[in-house]
Design a protein around this ligand. Sequence first.
Ligand code: AMP
Length: 393
Amino acid sequence: MLNKKTVRDIEVKNKKVLLRVDFNVPLDRETKSIITSDKRIVESLKTIEYLISAGAKVILCSHIGKTGQNISLRPVAVHLSELLQKNIMFLNDCIGHEVKEAVSNMKSSDVILLENLRNHIEEENNDENFAKELASLAQIFVNDAFGTVHRAHASTEGITKFLPSVCGFLIEKEIKALDQAINNPVRPLVAIIGGAKVSSKIAVLTNLIDKVDTILIGGAMAYTFQKSLGHKVGQSLVENDKLEVATQIMQKAFDSGVEFILPIDNIVSNEISENAIVQTALATDIPEDLMGVDIGEKTIELFKNEILTAGTVVWNGPVGVFEIEKFANGTRQIALALADSNAITIIGGGDSAAAVEKFGVADKMTHISTGGGASLEFMEGKKLPGIEALEDK
Ligand code: AMP
């Protein structure tokens, strides 16, 4: 349950409101000026529109890309203007004299977008003076950037020391969906955990074992589990230093009465490329010179049955190298099974969100998180500093 104040709980009329959004959208590789998915912008509109209609002076800030890349948010300003059907003033920096001047001239319902916060190294360092500078622009801080709430940065955590701070509708929606799925689910609760490495999913698996009824394991991380059971995994990606942890996780699942289901067959190949030759192998017996790249047909059927009888499914991580068409079938079939099921379906951002988009079933999901890292840390049971720092109800 989210026990934090939201924009509904404060008076914003004629007030300068600094709204931290997540406009970290993908841009085309060449010109870095064409937005290739505007999902995060669209997801921010509800709070922006609310503040505009409530008569606030809306100052938007966000990061885009990494510190040092100096990518501009200007294309976002243009697109946002179109989406809102409203003129947006774009400023070339996020702090400094010119920004202060522009903000002081704002009228009720005006919208300004500040330039990329990460053009200043102080943002990620959670520098106090930088946070204070940002805070000096406004009277109220609203955080709606779910994608960065797992980071204590100047614009997500530091700033809350200087302004009354509440959350927006996107954070509210994300936490509600994730919290209900993990802590108060319609059962059976099934987690599908895939992706490349066991090491990055140890915390989530450990936490989920106390919550879920069934865990389905896919992706390269399955081979570390398979190897720890003494199976032949050929050239598959394995983390040899995590074999012991893999055994412990399976033991914990067994002790807790959680069904822990590994693939029973795999698509295997000699290389990771579009030209690879593929065949199916039993998960216990991947040929010496081949590697697992996807789950096989029997595993797909097994996983589908679990999905179709689930009350809630949470999905984090593709079950194969879905970026390559020949290895994408498992991930596609999982996405389609989720679309067909009556379960509440929660997609944990990142690659799993990209997969449901790619296979055309995004609109069939109950909730697709806008924050891969943030939703993973939520599922790990961690406190999210960008949310913790906001005012309690
Ligand atoms: P993660 O960031 O840990 O969720 O990992 C996502 C990545 O795992 C994707 O880029 C997939 O291509 C990759 N992946 C999934 N299955 C495999 C596999 N069998 N072998 C190698 N990489 C895989």
